[in-house]
Design a binder for this molecule. Structure first.
Ligand SMILES: Cc1cc2nc3c(=O)[nH]c(=O)nc-3n(C[C@H](O)[C@H](O)[C@H](O)COP(=O)(O)OP(=O)(O)OC[C@H]3O[C@@H](n4cnc5c(N)ncnc54)[C@H](O)[C@@H]3O)c2cc1C
Length: 310
């Protein structure tokens, strides 16, 4: 790892054997061999780091807000490239005649913070994301969705490095995105920025809608314990939400070690204090097994498993 020639000057942070529990919303995960969080030099630094890592055959994992991840207790081999300080929001065109406004957002920006920044400028479109943990890059990669809307609904364009580390820009074409799927999954991608189409809206209406979503999340217990949000995807062919299916089988409160199905929400698995990643993974498997054996449904985890597993 020491062979990698880090860009100079470098305003970010680099740590070795960095516990990933510090960087995931589950608060679990073993050490990353090397964790790097560049600052404003990110767009120049990241391609060099990736190219040098590739030359040395060192794997690189891209980290957003860590809000949809379960990192194994053995941690992550190679480099974790944390996008968290590559943040910012810039309107690209003015809104003459009261028309729409395109804004470009750096991928490491917190989703919740950009919804607030848009509201400050009386721009509507991102309200549905208020209160959702994670980064813009992660939300685009996951095509995050809530309150009947998904990121692809407001996405205009994504700037990214592809598997060959070529710089590319992808417009949003119908069919590229679907339920919790984006064209960036399945092959190495580093999302650098995203453009969203926003529309002028009365600021008080924007703020009211955002407050309603935040309150709803609080009522549903989203912030009560460390978790990664929904553990499993919904599947329309099952006729009801995954949360309802898990409730029907009386699985709320089911525990493995320090992990539990939240007593207040069937589709949230929580770290009840002191959970290991292995506890959470075994609980996910147990819930899947019980649902499969009783109803014949195959639940698909929404959580991404990262790092080394026994
Ligand atoms: C309390 C709570 C509530 C939640 N509610 C919702 C919800 O309502 N709807 C929903 O969809 N999700 C929800 N989630 C899950 C999570 O917030 C989203 O999936 C979010 O979009 C993940 O973004 P992230 O930046 O944290 O991604 P991470 O967890 O860091 O990463 C997820 C995946 O994206 C990849 N990735 C991240 N950034 C980049 C990048 N810049 N370039 C390339 N790849 C990248 C990672 O490599 C990884 O494979 C919730 C989570 C929590 C904890």
């Amino acid at each position: 790892m020491e062979k990698i020639n880090m860009a100079n000057p470098f305003s970010g942070e680099i740590r070795f054997d960095e516990p990933m529990a510090r960087h995931t919303s589950f608060r679990v995960g073993g050490p990353a061999d090397c964790w790097v969080r560049p600052g404003g030099e990110f767009p120049a630094y990241a391609p060099r780091l990736l190219a040098e890592a590739r030359r040395e055959d060192i794997p690189v994992f891209i980290l957003g807000g860590g809000a949809n991840l379960l990192v194994g207790d053995r941690g992550i081999r190679g480099i974790v490239l944390d996008t968290g300080r590559w943040a910012g929001f810039s309107p690209e065109n003015s809104r003459e005649n009261g028309g729409e406004c395109i804004v470009r957002v750096c991928s490491g920006s917190s989703v919740d913070e950009i919804t607030a920044a848009a509201a400050e400028k009386s721009l509507g479109g991102l309200e549905f994301l208020a209160g959702m943990p994670g980064s813009v890059g992660g939300a685009v990669w996951m095509n995050a969705r809530c309150y009947e809307k998904e990121v692809a609904d407001v996405l205009v364009e994504t700037e990214f490095l592809d598997e060959s580390l070529e710089h590319r820009v992808l417009g949003r074409h119908p069919g590229d995105f679907s339920y919790k799927k984006s064209p960036f999954q399945g092959a190495f991608t580093l999302i650098l920025s995203a453009k969203f189409r926003l529309r002028p809206r009365l600021q008080e209406e924007i703020l009211r809608e955002m407050a309603e979503h935040r309150l709803d999340r609080e009522d549903k217990g989203h912030y009560r314990h460390p978790s990664a949000g929904s553990a499993f995807k919904n599947n329309r062919s099952f006729g009801r939400s995954t949360g309802k299916i898990i409730d029907e089988l009386g699985l709320r409160g089911l525990q493995v070690g320090g992990a539990a199905v939240a007593p207040y929400h069937g589709n949230i698995i929580i770290n009840n204090g002191g959970a290991k990643a292995e506890d959470i993974r075994r609980l996910i498997d147990l819930v899947r097994e019980k649902v499969k054996n009783t109803l014949g449904f195959d639940l698909e985890p929404e959580i991404i498993f990262a790092g080394e597993w026994p």
